[in-house]
Design a protein around this ligand. Structure first.
Ligand SMILES: NC(=O)c1ccc[n+]([C@@H]2O[C@H](COP(=O)([O-])OP(=O)(O)OC[C@H]3O[C@@H](n4cnc5c(N)ncnc54)[C@H](OP(=O)(O)O)[C@@H]3O)[C@@H](O)[C@H]2O)c1
Length: 326
């Protein structure tokens, strides 16, 4: 009989908005032991720990990374702080799962990945979409030739967001802008399903605070396919993707949290894949612990090299918009 697989102790840094979504799924996994929460505000940490059944709270990030019962540190703070806190945790010998984007640029992303290698610790960017069964199924359909050669990928991540200049999305000092926050998802999808990207062209609109609130990104893939991607936090909502091939298409509604993928073959036959409900981050949480069980230092489902490539592409997109402003 197989031994039951071990539990892993999780510590969460940054009990804010998305932390609640993540924690509500973390506690459903019986191999994840919710050990500790840290916040700069002791009351916020204590209340969050009580809400989700974490065993304790810490009033500093250092105390959490030094906690011997915490094995995996999950970082969920504004992007600009990811690098420093991930370094703190890796230097304390912890496995790190850090929210997307891993850092705010390609150089910092490479530095973090190198540090993980040097220290022999696990590091992963929390790109939940990479682990969703519906996205995996779309990739399998493409690999099996179900839609012929991929010619075009269209994907949007647009929604009506904040206009408060102090919100982290609007604030350049907090790594604001739609490319790093949500543009990463269509770029990820295009890279994941369309293969290597050899050219990128971006147009966009900047807010008065100097960050891009709306962008259109065109990508060319080495295999000749093209991608047409959009991201905005100042528009009506659209979060769907479609992959057009020479012999069919795949639709993925709300692709970043996809539960469904629909294959439309050129001969009129359709197939719908519906995931058993594993939520938004359940598969990602399981993949992290599976990688750690196997002794990996990076997660096969979302390796360092992909995080670095995403960071390079986002940096290029932001640079093109910033340098073309009138
Ligand atoms: N995977 C996903 O689907 C998903 C969805 C949404 C967001 N995210 C990512 O999660 C991260 C956090 O986003 P969020 O919307 O949850 O953030 P948030 O609620 O604004 O803040 C989360 C925590 O970050 C710290 N923080 C916030 N503003 C700060 C500031 N000005 N200076 C220093 N620390 C600050 C606070 O920690 P303390 O409690 O210690 O003060 C806060 O509790 C982002 O990187 C974002 O990209 C991922």
């Amino acid at each position: 009989m197989n031994e039951p697989r071990r539990k892993w102790g999780w510590g969460l840094i940054g009990p804010g908005r998305f932390a609640r979504e993540f924690a509500s799924e973390l506690i459903l996994n019986d191999r994840a032991r919710p050990v500790a929460v840290a916040s700069r505000d002791p009351t916020r940490a204590r209340e969050f720990a009580a809400d989700f059944g974490f065993e304790k709270s810490h009033d500093s990030y250092q105390a959490l990374v030094d906690d011997p019962e915490v094995e995996i540190v999950y970082i969920v703070v504004p992007h600009v702080f990811h690098r420093g806190i991930a370094e703190l945790a890796m230097r304390a010998g912890k496995a790190v799962v850090c929210e997307k984007p891993l850092t705010v640029n390609a150089a910092e992303t490479r530095t973090l990945c190198e540090l993980a290698r040097e220290r022999g610790v696990f590091l992963m960017e929390a790109m939940k979409t990479a682990f969703l069964p519906a996205i995996q199924r779309a990739r399998q359909w493409i690999a099996a030739g179900e839609i012929g050669d991929v010619k075009l990928i269209r994907a949007d991540f647009c929604f009506s967001g904040p206009d408060d200049p102090n919100d982290r999305l609007m604030n350049p000092k907090l790594g604001g802008g739609c490319v790093l926050d949500v543009g990463i998802y269509p770029i990820f999808l295009s890279h994941f399903l369309g293969g290597k990207i050899c050219d990128l062209k971006t147009t966009g609109h900047l807010t008065e605070t100097g960050v891009e609130d709306t962008v259109a990104i065109s990508l060319t893939h080495e295999n000749g396919a093209c991608s047409a991607l959009t991201a905005s936090f100042q528009s009506h909502e659209s979060m769907d993707a479609v992959i057009l091939g020479t012999a069919g298409s795949i639709q993925i509604p709300k692709f970043h949290t996809a539960q469904t993928a629909i294959l439309n073959r050129a001969d009129g036959r359709s197939e719908m894949f519906e995931a058993e409900d594993s939520g938004m981050v359940g598969a990602e949480i399981e993949a992290v612990m599976g990688a750690l069980d196997a002794g990996h230092l990076e997660c096969p489902g979302h390796p360092h090299q992909r995080s670095i490539r995403l960071a390079e592409l986002m940096e290029m997109a932001i640079h093109q918009i910033q340098s073309s402003k009138p």
